[in-house]
Ligand binder design. Structure first.
Ligand code: TYD
Length: 133
């Protein structure tokens, strides 16, 4: 099973000119089929509360800070803080996630599949009962 991990993307530029970072399929853990972004999330809201059967994601805080708590079916919990725009979080399939965004945060997600509701596990007890072989 793949494990969640942070990926540091290189920064091109200088502090006087600003920076850019690059993601392209040849250097990513999966082929990107979809991109989405979330924004204007109020401080008090916790998003996520789901896992995916197959979807893999690479997530960036292109602005602001984002805290991710990821839990697998064995109950192992991992916390990640995205606090720099050149830091990506690889989220494998089958991780329950809760996501806290600072108000100004913009979450950018590169995803391995197009949107399919049947790939979501939205009930925590259903998720915890899944046995992986
Ligand atoms: P969801 O993935 O549950 O958001 P979050 O985990 O950030 O709280 O998606 C919220 C809603 O948006 C849900 O009704 C499904 C819809 N949606 C799409 O239609 N296409 C997409 O690519 C995504 C990510 C969500």
């Amino acid at each position: 099973m793949e494990r969640p991990h942070l990926i540091e993307f290189s920064k091109v530029g200088t502090s006087s000119l600003g920076y850019l970072s690059i993601a392209q399929n040849s250097t990513l853990p999966f082929r990107v089929e979809r991109v989405y972004w979330t924004y204007f999330t109020p401080d008090s809201v916790i998003r996520g509360h789901h896992a995916h059967y197959e979807l893999e994601q690479l997530i960036f805080a292109v602005s602001g800070n984002i805290e991710f708590v990821l839990e697998n079916v064995n109950g192992e919990k991992l916390t990640f803080l995205l606090d720099r725009p050149n830091l990506g979080l690889y989220v494998p399939k089958m991780y329950w996630r809760t996501i806290k965004l600072s108000h100004s945060a913009v979450l950018l997600c590169l995803a391995s599949q197009e949107y399919e509701e049947s790939d979501y596990i939205r009930d925590y007890n259903t998720f915890k009962k899944i046995v992986l072989n």
